[in-house]
Design a protein around this ligand. Sequence first.
Ligand SMILES: NC(=O)c1ccc[n+]([C@@H]2O[C@H](COP(=O)([O-])OP(=O)(O)OC[C@H]3O[C@@H](n4cnc5c(N)ncnc54)[C@H](OP(=O)(O)O)[C@@H]3O)[C@@H](O)[C@H]2O)c1
Length: 297
Amino acid sequence: MAVLGPGGVGGLLAALLTRAGSSVVVLAGDSTSRVISERGLRVESRLFGNFEVNVETATRLQSEVDVCLITVKATQLERALERVPADVAGQALVIPFLNGIDHVDLLRTRFRTTVVPATIRVEVARVGPGLIRQTSPFASVEIATSDMVRERIEPLAAQLRTTGLEVTLREDEVAMLWDKLALLGPLALLTTHQRGNVGVVRTIRRDDAIALIGEVAAVARAEGASADPEAALRLLDLAPETMESSMQRDQAAGQPLELDAIGGAVLRHAAAQGVPVPVTTRLVDELQARERARTER
Ligand SMILES: NC(=O)c1ccc[n+]([C@@H]2O[C@H](COP(=O)([O-])OP(=O)(O)OC[C@H]3O[C@@H](n4cnc5c(N)ncnc54)[C@H](OP(=O)(O)O)[C@@H]3O)[C@@H](O)[C@H]2O)c1
């Protein structure tokens, strides 16, 4: 198995799979690749304990694998894919864990292999090259399945379960992706816009939170998902007060934001479905202006 992008999500998955006995090659840039090949991956995890594993690294996929997990950020995807030549990937299952929706079509135009989207609910960060810190009291994965891929996905799900991850297979790919975006989208946009954690935004930005959740749910429903805005709001209210979003952390670190993949995707799909999303539009516009100011500095 290959893992493209050994950051928070990719580093955690690569380390857990390696510890459980799977053969994994991590695909990364020169310097990260060098550090991981010298020191291995180190995980500090609330759920999985602290551990280190040695793992094979490469800067480019050299030979066909059964599965390639894609765990870079949306802003890094196109460049990172140069490390996975389609002819070398062959018949590999390509499984993206990115947040958002539109990366799936991008991958499907690139690979003649089977692209099977997945989502992950976890809080995990790349603290340094090969150093991964997992902080959430949960870590669960959903993977799309269908008659076409079932025979290959079920063994993969079993392999992931042996690591201690909760794994669910879903027949409804589009609904699966929207289910993740239904809460994550509003949460990411609001925490980033407010520069505040969940506790802050669900109190002082509550009207915007309710509006955003309602708008994203309306788009999701227009695309065939059965989004429930009240359930999303309950989850927001149950989330730990100190929880932050990775978009908010990227903003604080001066890194590019997955704004197009998350907010932009909601706007594109809303426009295609004729669903009005005024609050989402306002927040995305204001965050885009902030991004422009950052990159022009
Ligand atoms: N973190 C979370 O808690 C979480 C939870 C759910 C979903 N997600 C989603 O999962 C995706 C990945 O997020 P993340 O937080 O894991 O990101 P991340 O920690 O920033 O990791 C991205 C990794 O990709 C690598 N990378 C970047 N450009 C590359 C290139 N050209 N070639 C090879 N590797 C490259 C980076 O390498 P370097 O190490 O060299 O920088 C880094 O290891 C995002 O879509 C995010 O929204 C994240």
